[in-house]
Design a protein around this ligand. Structure first.
Ligand SMILES: Nc1nc2c(ncn2[C@@H]2O[C@H](COP(=O)(O)OP(=O)(O)O)[C@@H](O)[C@H]2O)c(=O)[nH]1
Ligand SMILES: [Mg+2]
Length: 269
């Protein structure tokens, strides 16, 4: 992995660590204030997190020159619960992306609710419940898809893994989605997959009507693989993730962090 993560009480101290470790020309990919989670504030005051990589790593020199489209991030409005589902193959990063987004939105003061819709994978509801407990957000069973969940500003729905080779599963997930009255469907795919696989997944899952893509595992691929994943994209990109940790390691496709990982988009959707 080329990118490294640094943490310090202040931005100045974090950048000093970056320079000490990676040299004066290090590329800073991402910075954020890291408030301590509520449950451990008594011993952890929080701080600043910086992700950086050495300049000579070559990923951005020259930048990845591929045409790709960006989609807007999720827009939440008070009093209108926004219902957003995440679909994609097992292991692509759906649950992790949901946990990252839940954290980002609840830190900004929105009331986030989760729905544990992955009733197939053993341990999946427990994984989501653990994130929900750590983030202090409610998590509902799949039956809640039929409810209004009016006290939420944002409902993030985790669904079972689907793959073009699993028509029965696609049908079952499609039926769940129909009950869910969704505003947005994000297809989560991993940049570690070869371009033909990414193309087949997008084509095979088009029946579930995703309108945007989340590209995950960027920290595990080199510049060539990033380029090939972007070339394979058929839908506009909403978010990228570049690490398994929660919180953090997620950026909207229209952020400077995304431009650094991917180069600039050619257009906006
Ligand atoms: N390195 C890396 N690992 C990730 C990323 N996103 C998810 N993961 C890991 O990939 C694995 C599968 O993720 P999960 O969210 O359970 O996938 P799901 O089956 O689609 O819900 C877990 O071990 C995650 O920690 C990422 O952006 N980078
Ligand atoms: Mg999952």
């Amino acid at each position: 992995m080329l990118a490294r993560r640094y943490e310090a009480p202040t931005l100045e101290e974090a950048l000093a660590l970056v320079r000490q470790d990676l040299g004066p020309d290090a590329l800073v990919l991402y910075t954020r204030e890291r408030p301590a989670p509520r449950w451990r504030r008594w011993w952890d005051p929080g701080g600043v997190e910086v992700i950086a990589m050495p300049c000579h790593a070559g990923r951005f020199d020259p930048p990845v020159a591929v045409r790709w489209r960006s989609a807007p991030p999720i827009r939440v409005r008070a009093g209108r619960p926004r219902r957003v589902a995440f679909i994609g193959p097992t292991g692509a990063g759906k649950t992790t992306t949901i946990a990252k987004l839940a954290c980002e939105f609840s830190l900004r003061g929105w009331r986030v609710h989760l729905v544990a819709g992955d009733t197939y994978r053993v341990g999946a509801p427990r994984q989501l419940q653990e994130y929900a407990r750590a983030l202090d957000v409610p998590v509902h069973p799949v039956s809640a898809l039929e409810e209004d969940l009016a006290s939420a500003d944002l409902v993030l729905i985790d669904l079972p893994g689907v793959h073009p080779a699993m028509p029965d599963r696609i049908q079952a997930v499609g039926a769940m989605m129909e009950r869910a009255r969704l505003h947005e469907v994000h297809l989560v795919i991993s940049a570690t997959c070869a371009a033909p696989v990414l193309e087949a997944v997008q084509e095979g899952l088009a029946v579930l009507r995703p309108s945007r893509v989340v590209l995950t595992h960027l920290d595990e691929v080199d510049a060539g693989q990033v380029r090939s994943a972007l070339t394979a994209l058929r839908l506009p990109l909403s978010y990228i993730t570049y690490g398994p940790n929660v919180p953090g390691y997620i950026a909207t496709a229209r952020s400077r962090a995304a431009a650094r990982w991917l180069g600039d988009p050619c257009s906006s959707a």
